[in-house]
Ligand binder design. Sequence first.
Ligand SMILES: [Zn+2]
Length: 233
Amino acid sequence: MNTINLIKNGLTQLFFPHTCYGCGSDLLSEESLLCLRCLNDLPETNFAKHLNNPVEKIFWGRIPVAAAMTGFYFSKHAIIQSLIHQLKYKGKKEVGIFFGNRLAFQLKDSNRFNGIDALIPLPLFPDKQKKRGYNQASVIANGISEITGVPVWDNIVTRRVYTETQTHKGRTDRWQNVSESFKLLNADALKNKHVMLVDDVITTGATTEACGSVLLSAGMVQLSIAALAYATD
Ligand SMILES: [Zn+2]
C-alpha cells in the first residue's frame, strides 16, 4: 500500500469506522466484512467438490438431487452463528451477500454444479418476510448470482401459513404439513431446467426436502441444493 492510500484508509477509518463482523477488531479495508483471522476461522466444508457428501446423503431416498452442498459447518457460539444471526435478525443483508459470494467461489471451484439455469431461494412465510423486510435466502442467492451470473428466480414458489400448530403432531402429519406449506406458482418456467434451491442453514433437511419436492412436482426439472451452513444437531 502506498502512502497516499495509507492516509486515505486512515481517514476513512477515522470518519467511517468499520469493524470486523466476527470479532469487532478494526478493519483497514472496506472490502471485506471480516478480518483475515476470522476469515481463516470460517469452517469451510469442501462439500461442493465431493460426490456423496453429508448434505447429499441427507436427501438419499427422499428426493432426487443432482448435487448438493453447504459452504460451511454451523456451530453454536462460533463466528458463523453470530454472522447468521446478524443476517437473519439484525438486518445485515451484506452478510448474506458476502456468504453468497463465498458459496459462488466454492461452486465455481467444483465441476459438479455446471449448467444451473436459475437460483431459487427457499421462500419465507410472507408475514415473517414482511417483518424482516427481506428473505435471507434471496440475499444469499443474489450473492451467488453476483459471481456466477446465474439469475435468481423468486417468483416460482411461495410459502403458506400453517393452519394448525405442529407440536402435537406425529412425524407423518408433520411432514404432510410441511410439504403442503409450499405452493408452486410457475411450473412452466421450470420445464427442462436445472435449478438450484438456495437456503441459509440445513439441519434435518425437512424444509428443503418439502420445497424441493414441490419444485420437482413441475416435472422435467433437475434439482440441486446449496445452503450457507450445515448443522449436525
Ligand atoms: Zn475478526
